[in-house]
Each structure stands twice: as structure tokens, then as C-alpha cells.
Design a protein. Structure first.
Length: 392
């Protein structure tokens, strides 16, 4: 007898789509401001929404989410949030994704008391709420910014032996691209900004596209992958280099846990972010051990899906990844060598690494001033005040 499994919910983490301009990240702290979503980026996110619709909202799909509305959206079944601020490329990406997930439908109608039938504008356009989270509201989606300990981590990485070795290897490439950088600093320390500038120009500037060798573009991505993988990973699961995912895990676990409750209505949760949490996520789950090619920068409109399956009363989680629009299908990733883990085991393995509140982030980052940290009492913090008495 085959044990029947039911997909009861999915938690998604998606990267934004293509944006209009280079976004400078200060190499000393990785502070940045968002750019603007382009028509290409909107199309990428819309296509991702269509893919997710086919995967999870089609009753004929083997991964159909049981009980979810397929055509007319029930907003109580969705929980969607996105990093906001600046040009809002991430927030707008979430909106574009939801348009593909729940496209306009003539079934989006209402019958009034007088018998008149009214269809939503734009052929039945469906309005899916997205919760925006600004930088100043909470650190959970941009936890590396203004984090003093993360800045110390940057210093250690940038002066370490591995960094110096890669920097030496990259020197001929950096020399070769210097004429194309429009005066930008060509040091390996600035590798993200070099890659981002070249990538944006290669996509949007025809003169640049015609002149810039494709081999150099591939090398730029290669060295940027190495650079960012060193920045957003660490030797321990709860170390500060992993902070982009450490502040996301609580939301992921909260959503998965709620999906097991009998009175829960949310069946699909989505958090829209930039590329950094993907690097940390794949590292802390050991997914890169069996799939080393996923260790770098996720493409625009990439998505990770945590699928919650119920089999004979037990809840199991699988992790899948689609790397942008170039991937046609999900690929299943392994977590610590396993195709799936029980929800309890996944939480047990990772919950101890999480940063689940602003005050915990403040302590984890040695931040007492910005991002809401000034309201907390640090008088008994043994690290800030080693001689503080613990007696009341």
C-alpha cells in the first residue's frame, strides 16, 4: 500500500527581478538603496508567478496545494511581504509575481442587490495585498545593514588568506575590465559593484553590449559569486556571516508551523528579498554540498520553495530551488544530505541559530543606536558593561 501524501502549504523566498540601474553597495558595510523594477524585471516576476500557479494552483499538478483557491484569490490564504524602500524594486517585484499567480479573471465579479453584475477593472484584475517592510521598521529583511558585528566580519573576510588568494587570481580580469568601468574602483574589494555595473550595462546598453566581450561577463559573474559567497557565509550556523537567513528563519518556521494548525487559513506564504539570504540559506542547510553550483548569486526572479507535506499524520518539509527564468523546473535540494526532513527536525536543527526580534538583532549586532535599538536597556549587558552588577 502506498502512503498518500498531501501538500498542505508552501513557503516561498523569491528574489526580485531586473532593475533599472546599478545599486552601489558600500564594500565596508553593504549598505545600499534599492533601484527600480524594469519591464524586463516585471516580466521575469510575472513569469515566475505563472510558474508557481502551474505548480501549486493547478488541481492536476502533483504539487497542488490542497484547499487553495485556484482562480479567484482568497486573500486570507496568502501571506506576502517584501523588502521596501528606495526605488521599491523588491516590493514591485512581489506585485508582479502575484499578477502571474492570480491573473485577471472574469470570475472576479460581484452581484449587487439590484441584480447588477460588476466585474473588477482590467478584465477582472485581482488585488493581492503585499505587506511592505521598510528598512527603518525592522531589520529582519536587511539584517546585515548597520550591524556592527557584520562589519567586523567583513573586515576579517577582506583581510583573510582566502580573500587574498582569490584577489590575486582575479587581478588579470580586473585589469582587463578597467576600461569598461567608467572610472569605478577596480579592486577585488569592490567586486560586487564591478559585477553589478557590468551586468546592468550588458543588459540595457546596446553600445556596451556590442563592445564588451562575453568571456569577461562570465568571469565577472564567476568572481562576484566567489566574493559574495565568502561574505554571506561563515564557519558556524549561528555566526554573523549567515545573518541574512538567520532573521528570515523565524518567519519561515512561523508560517510552516501555522499551516499545521486546524484553524489556519494561510496556504501560501511569500517573502520577496534580494540575493543575500539565498547564499546564507544554502550554506547553513548544506545544500551546496550536493549542489555546489547554487552557492553564488541567485539569478533575478529565483525562488526557493519549502513545501509542507502531510503523510500519515507527520509533517515533512522539502526544499526546492528554481534559479531564475533560465530554469524550466524546480530542482529538489538536499538538506544535510536528506531529500526531506520532518518539520520538527528542521526547526530543531535551525531554530537555535535564529534572530527572532529587533532586540535580539540589536544584541547580536552590538547595535544600540539605530534601527530601533536605542529604546532598549543595555545597562546589564555583560559585553557592553563588563562590570555591571547582576544583582537587583
Amino acid at each position: 500500500m502506498v502512503n498518500a501524501s498531501t501538500l498542505i502549504g508552501v513557503v516561498l523566498v523569491a528574489r526580485h527581478g531586473d532593475r533599472s540601474s546599478t545599486v552601489y553597495q558600500d564594500p565596508s558595510n553593504y549598505n545600499s538603496v534599492q533601484g527600480y523594477l524594469t519591464p524586463l524585471g516585471a516580466s521575469q516576476e510575472y513569469e515566475l508567478g505563472q510558474f508557481l500557479r502551474k505548480a501549486y494552483l493547478d488541481p492536476q499538478s502533483p504539487c497542488f496545494i490542497q484547499g487553495i483557491n485556484t482562480d479567484v484569490v482568497n486573500v486570507d490564504q496568502l501571506f506576502i511581504r517584501a523588502d521596501a524602500g528606495g526605488g521599491d524594486v523588491i516590493l514591485d517585484s512581489a506585485y508582479a509575481l502575484t499578477q502571474g499567480l492570480y491573473p485577471p479573471t472574469p470570475e472576479s465579479t460581484i452581484t449587487l442587490a439590484n441584480g447588477q453584475v460588476v466585474t473588477s477593472p482590467l478584465g477582472g484584475y485581482q488585488y493581492v495585498p503585499v505587506e511592505s517592510l521598510e528598512y527603518w521598521q525592522a531589520p529582519s529583511l536587511t539584517s546585515w545593514m548597520e550591524c556592527n558585528y557584520f562589519q567586523l566580519h567583513l573586515g576579517r573576510v577582506n583581510t583573510g588568506a582566502a580573500f587574498k588568494a582569490i584577489s590575486a587570481t582575479a587581478a588579470p580580469f580586473l585589469q582587463a575590465v578597467t576600461p569598461y568601468l567608467n572610472g569605478m574602483n577596480n579592486s577585488f574589494l569592490n567586486m560586487w559593484n564591478i559585477y553589478d555595473y557590468l551586468n546592468v550595462q550588458y543588459i540595457h546598453n546596446k553600445t556596451f553590449y556590442d563592445a564588451f566581450p562575453q568571456t569577461l561577463m562570465k568571469q565577472a559573474r564567476y568572481y562576484a559569486n566567489l566574493h559574495e559567497q565568502n561574505i554571506f557565509t561563515d564557519t558556524a550556523q549561528n555566526a554573523v556571516g549567515q545573518i541574512p537567513i538567520r532573521t528570515l528563519w523565524p518567519e519561515i518556521f512561523w508560517s510552516l508551523g501555522n499551516m499545521t494548525l486546524p484553524n489556519n487559513t494561510v496556504k501560501l506564504a511569500l517573502t520577496e528579498v534580494d540575493y543575500k539570504p539565498f547564499i546564507s540559506m544554502f550554506n547553513v542547510t548544506n545544500a551546496t554540498v550536493t549542489d555546489p553550483d547554487i552557492g553564488g548569486i541567485a539569478d533575478y526572479a529565483s525562488v526557493v520553495a519549502f513545501e509542507l507535506w502531510k503523510t500519515q499524520g507527520q509533517y515533512n518539509v522539502t526544499m526546492k530551488f528554481k534559479n531564475g527564468t533560465n530554469d524550466d523546473q524546480f530542482r529538489q535540494l538536499k538538506m544535510w544530505g536528506h531529500d526531506s526532513l520532518s518539520l520538527a527536525q528542521l526547526e530543531n536543527d535551525l531554530f537555535w541559530t535564529t534572530i527572532n526580534s529587533t532586540v535580539n538583532w540589536c544584541f547580536s549586532c552590538n547595535q544600540t543606536v539605530t534601527r530601533g535599538c536605542s529604546v532598549f536597556n543595555y545597562s546589564n549587558d555583560p559585553f557592553l558593561h563588563p562590570n555591571a552588577s547582576t544583582n537587583a
